[in-house]
Ligand binder design. Structure first.
Ligand SMILES: [Zn+2]
Length: 190
């Protein structure tokens, strides 16, 4: 009986901690950061951009590590036209599509970090503020900021708190398709 109560108490504390986003030192292996292996074999023009974006996210967050050449949680593709977008199959897993034409108008690094942001659990936030990564193309072509805001980065860190492995298929943030993530510019009329 006592052990049952104490197990319940531990579960409650763990749940409360996760809800509050509290960082709790945890000696168990379950506390290890989730590794997100990304693969740029289908996006040769953007491999170095992807590496820069991974470094930005790794520096800005805790509980996750983006790493190249270790698997394919995140596949990155380059496409021509149609606008860049992302398909998240589950938190930390999915595909990112970079429109090569769009990457000539907008900062390719900002596009890359933005699209990866969707894979990491963030929605679009088209408020035109260049300081907000998920404002995407709404901040205009002159906006080249590739860094998530503190709020955005902390949101990602909290989503990944407690994730255990890249094999995880269900989580706080499930699958979603961001088809119009970074819409292509409308054709110029006249
Ligand atoms: Zn987007």
């Amino acid at each position: 009986m006592n052990s049952r109560i104490s197990r319940a108490a531990v579960a409650f504390v763990a749940t409360a901690g996760a809800t509050l986003g509290v960082t709790v030192a945890n000696p168990s292996p379950a506390a290890a950061a989730m590794t997100i292996c990304y693969n740029t074999s289908q996006a040769p023009s953007f491999a170095s951009i992807a590496n820069q974006a991974a470094t930005i996210w790794n520096n800005a967050t805790t509980n996750l590590t983006l790493s190249p050449n270790c698997g394919s949680n995140l596949r990155i593709y380059q496409i021509t036209g149609g606008g860049s977008y992302a398909v998240r199959t589950s938190l930390g897993n999915g595909r990112v599509y970079i429109d090569t034409q769009q990457a000539q108008q907008y900062s390719p690094l900002r596009i890359m970090t933005h699209e990866i942001g969707h894979i990491l659990g963030l929605p679009d936030n088209y408020n035109g503020n260049c300081a907000i990564l998920m404002s995407g193309g709404s901040a205009g072509t002159s906006c080249t900021n590739p860094y998530p805001s503190t709020t955005e980065a902390n949101r990602v860190s909290n989503l990944f708190a407690g994730t255990r492995s890249a094999e995880r298929t269900s989580g706080d943030t499930g699958g979603a398709v961001f088809r119009d993530s970074w819409p292509a510019a409308p054709a110029t009329v006249g």
